[in-house]
Design a binder for this molecule. Structure first.
Ligand SMILES: [Zn+2]
Ligand SMILES: [Zn+2]
Length: 150
């Protein structure tokens, strides 16, 4: 667990923000990357596809922030597909539709913590990905706390 990257003073806020530390595709590929850092944190790289356009999108790992970095520019309102950039598995979550716009959703697996579900409609996932996730994560945290307290 020793990291040698403490030399340059990083601009990581010391605030207690909730950030995704680890996210996997359904086959277990690690989606975190340091190729693109967002808020000084590793981002989550997934392949985004819309019609013939395909590229990588780096999702903001911090809950409540939406500074995603996308290689391709898709129009607002369209529904995209997300794939694992390593094994090509679809990240579409067949079990759930977006609560706000009824578009299909995608899921990222958080080892030991469950999963994050977000909307595949462009301007919806940009604004609701983290909110929905934060809700479910808070619920999970609350549940765990409750269990610990009880
Ligand atoms: Zn994969
Ligand atoms: Zn939506």
């Amino acid at each position: 667990m020793q990291k040698e990257s403490q030399t340059k003073s990083e601009r990581v806020d010391i605030q207690r923000s909730v950030a995704i530390q680890s996210a996997h595709c359904p086959n277990g590929c690690d989606l975190m990357t340091d190729k693109v850092m967002i808020h000084g944190l590793k981002s989550i790289a997934v392949e985004i596809q819309w019609q013939q356009m395909r590229g990588l999108i780096y999702l903001d790992p911090e809950f409540g922030k939406y500074e995603h970095v996308s290689e391709i520019d898709v129009p607002e309102g369209v529904v995209v597909e997300f794939y694992c950039p390593h094994c090509g598995a679809s990240l579409r979550n067949g079990e759930e539709l977006c609560h706000s716009c009824a578009a299909p959703t995608f899921a990222l697996i958080l080892p030991n913590e469950g999963q994050i579900v977000g909307c595949l409609r462009r301007n919806c996932f940009e604004h609701t990905l983290k909110l929905e996730s934060l809700d479910s994560m808070q619920l999970q945290i609350d549940d765990n706390l409750l269990r610990m307290i009880l």
